[in-house]
Design a protein around this ligand. Structure first.
Ligand code: CP
Length: 293
């Protein structure tokens, strides 16, 4: 695999392979090994905690050399294009660049013209493939597969690259994915979704994925934080009525008291920190494939 850019470009077999590989790393079936000759660069043009640190830990676990180029210290601030930056990065000896970027489509446009491998660590509103992979690993661990499940995704769907990549991934398996977006965020952009009742999704899903309200991507949201929790969030009443055996996921960072109540965090259905932990193994699997063993 030269690049890891989108879930759409991966087959179900590719995904199964990555999930199995991640599990082997998690179980210690593949020992840590040294790829000291490999150099990987992190170039994040948007903020991150989980993705940034888990790629760093994943590289270190694999024995891969990990470097960071901060936007403000780079010649991108002098107007150098990302394409030219990456050509120079490759000339310096880097095999792969892990990139988070707001602009959509650039990575796919430039990937084929570059010798360096690109790993998408979050792209605008459209792609977060490594998040979808770690979510799939979390669901797979719980239910021993990704088929026959009811999965509900609730929140700011139109602005969510997590929702987009998760829907792309889960639609390759035989599970039912339902989404709900509050009317205050407008109509769903993707017409393939039908209107759903939020409480029906909470009550009937095996997996409930709650999304962060992305306040930074909105001018104004016409619902207060308290009202949001009451109308749409995972509040105590909804938490008590979740389906037996179900789990709750959130990609983080979460807005406490908005899309989730505090009580979720200590509830036995909560998998938020398990998702973060699985992020390391998911990213080890991605790096191993991209760096070619
Ligand atoms: N889930 C996620 O992408 O979190 P970060 O923005 O902290 O990386």
């Amino acid at each position: 695999m030269k690049n890891f850019l989108s879930i759409k470009s991966l087959s179900k077999e590719d995904l199964d392979h990555l999930i199995v590989l991640a599990r082997k790393f998690k179980n210690g079936d593949i020992g840590l090994y040294s790829k000291k000759s490999k150099h990987v660069l992190k170039l994040f043009l948007e903020p991150s905690t989980r993705t940034a640190l888990s790629f760093e830990i994943a590289c270190k676990n694999l024995g891969v050399n990990f470097s960071i180029l901060d936007l403000e210290d780079s010649s991108l601030t002098k107007g150098e294009s990302i394409l030219e930056t990456l050509k120079n990065v490759h000339a310096l000896g880097f095999e792969a660049a892990i990139i988070r970027i707001k602009e959509e489509g650039i990575l796919a446009d430039i990937a084929d013209t570059l010798d360096i491998s690109l790993i998408n660590a979050g792209e605008g509103k459209i792609e977060h493939p490594s998040q979808a992979l770690l979510d799939a690993i979390t669901i797979n661990d719980e239910f021993k597969g990704l088929n026959g499940l009811k999965i509900g995704i609730i929140g700011d769907i139109n602005h969510s690259r997590v929702a987009s990549s998760n829907v792309d991934l889960l639609s390759k398996f035989d599970s039912e994915v339902r989404v709900f977006q509050p009317s205050e965020f407008g109509e769903l952009n993707d017409q393939k979704y039908k209107p759903e009742d939020v409480d029906s999704i909470y009550k009937n899903s095996d997996v409930v994925m709650v999304l962060r309200n992305q306040y930074e991507r909105h001018q104004n949201i016409d619902v207060s934080k308290d009202q949001y929790l009451e109308k749409y969030g995972l509040n105590i009443k909804r938490l008590q009525n979740l389906k037996k055996g179900s789990i709750v996921m959130h990609p983080g960072p979460f807005n406490r008291g908005v899309e989730i109540c505090d009580e979720v965090l200590t509830h036995d259905k909560c998998r938020f920190y398990k998702q973060v932990e699985n992020g390391v193994y998911a990213r080890m699997a991605i790096l191993k494939e991209v760096l070619n063993g």
